[in-house]
Write a protein that binds this ligand. Structure first.
Ligand code: DX5
Ligand code: ZN
Length: 230
């Protein structure tokens, strides 16, 4: 697939029914999701615990498109092979997860996967300045990681703008992750994000067996972002 900065909506399954993940993944893709964002949390790097590589492997047959795995874990290197084998397409590690992010990104690429790097709200964008030629995506956390349903942290908008300028015409996506709603989608798109992660704003009002609301939410968020995008 040629690189494109067109707006992509990546629903986070953190907001899905944990007892029904396979059906939820099928439902959001059927309702128009571009990517499926899988939030892996270890209860150490972030104060919450979700699931690991076995869950990702179980989800893989239910995701036709891009499986965007966000690793909120530390250390991250010991688990890269397992997430790659589980079928992740994009594997995103946090720059804060350890002292050797450059080596981590090299390892993800060597596993044949697309490397992403994530920045917590307190981390300056300069932390990825040396990494822009080795990643396919930079994920800007627009909430403090660990939970869905939080409000977007406004200070991250100028960070997205600065990152957009730093990336220039490199084929590197900017993912805004957290607090993306109908109201904030245009704001992050205008700042330069092209991948919008939305959990609660997508899953609200629907279920896997009655997913129409998912489609309405995805279409509305995408339209709002497209209207504002660069
Ligand atoms: C938070 C996760 C986000 C979160 C998004 O640590 O990385 O992907 O699930 O959820 P909402 O859209 O509800 O903020
Ligand atoms: Zn995430």
């Amino acid at each position: 697939m040629p690189f494109s900065r067109s707006i992509k909506i990546a629903p986070s399954i953190l907001a899905a029914d944990f007892a029904n993940f396979g059906a939820e993944c099928r439902a959001i893709e059927a309702e128009g999701a571009d990517w499926v964002h899988v939030d892996v949390m270890d209860g150490h790097f972030v104060p919450n615990l979700t699931f690991g590589p076995a869950m990702c492997a179980a989800l893989r047959p239910h995701i036709k498109g891009v499986m965007d795995v966000h690793l909120m874990i530390a250390p991250v290197d010991p688990y890269l092979e397992a997430f790659a084998a589980a079928g992740a397409d994009i594997i995103t590690a946090h720059v804060e997860a350890g002292p050797h992010i450059h080596r981590t990104l090299q390892a993800i690429r060597a596993l044949g996967k697309k490397p992403g790097v994530a920045l917590n709200p307190g981390t300056p964008v300069e932390a990825v300045a040396e990494l822009l030629d080795m990643v396919d995506m930079v994920c800007v956390m627009t909430v403090n990681p660990g939970f869905g349903g939080q409000s977007l942290i406004e200070s991250q908008l100028t960070k997205i703008e600065r990152l957009h300028a730093m990336i220039g015409d490199r084929p590197v996506h900017i993912e805004a992750d957290g607090g993306i709603t109908l109201a904030t989608a245009p704001v992050v798109a205008r700042a330069g994000a092209d991948v919008l992660v939305a959990g609660s704003a997508v899953f609200k009002g629907g279920t896997a067996s009655s997913p129409a609301a998912y489609g309405v939410n995805i279409k509305a968020i995408r339209a709002a972002a497209e209207a504002a995008a660069h």
